[in-house]
Design a binder for this molecule. Sequence first.
Ligand code: SAM
Length: 195
Amino acid sequence: MTANPHQAELAERRRALRAELQGRLPGETLPMVWEIGCGHGHFLAAYAAAHRGELCVGVDQELDRIRRAVRKQERARLTNLHFVRSEAGLFLEALPPGVVFKAVYVLFPDPWPKRRHHKHRLLQRGFMHAVADRAGEGTPFYFRTDHEPYFRDVETMLQQHPDWRLEPWTEWPFELATVFQVRAEKHYSLVAFRR
Ligand SMILES: C[S@@+](CC[C@H](N)C(=O)[O-])C[C@H]1O[C@@H](n2cnc3c(N)ncnc32)[C@H](O)[C@@H]1O
């Protein structure tokens, strides 16, 4: 019998995710364009259509959003695009060995504006270490938000991060306004590169 049912559930989720990813990304895989918190998949579906030679994977923890994203992928018959329901940290842990990132995008992550909720924010120093472990030298990380305080905090964190070099004015190679970008009055973007 398992002492902690939550731990057992997490272990099972990790095992299932590992099996799903092994099945979807078998053997030698191309470096992956990874979008975290992809929502309904607008950005990555458009990106994958414009870059059919690149392996693109979007993750979101909400099942209904992933279902809508998968419908886009199927309608457009994009064989280079996968949407996976997963929490981002769990996805990183479950990635098959040898899979590395070509680029990482985080667009309009939940800002958790109250100070006591900052611990729930996705972009933290430790998380960026884990992303860096799967990124080769020069791999870009693209971040965009409409929440200025979150933007400034991430900017400061990356300025001080041993694994990333901030180059905020680098032009983005691909643009498509996401659902949240369309709603936002203003947004802030940065780019950092793996050292
Ligand atoms: C504010 S929405 C932005 C969606 C989309 N990127 C856009 O710009 O329209 C944030 C998304 O991140 C997802 N999300 C939040 N935390 C996550 C995590 N730790 N792992 C995976 N997805 C996450 C949410 O489910 C939600 O779909």
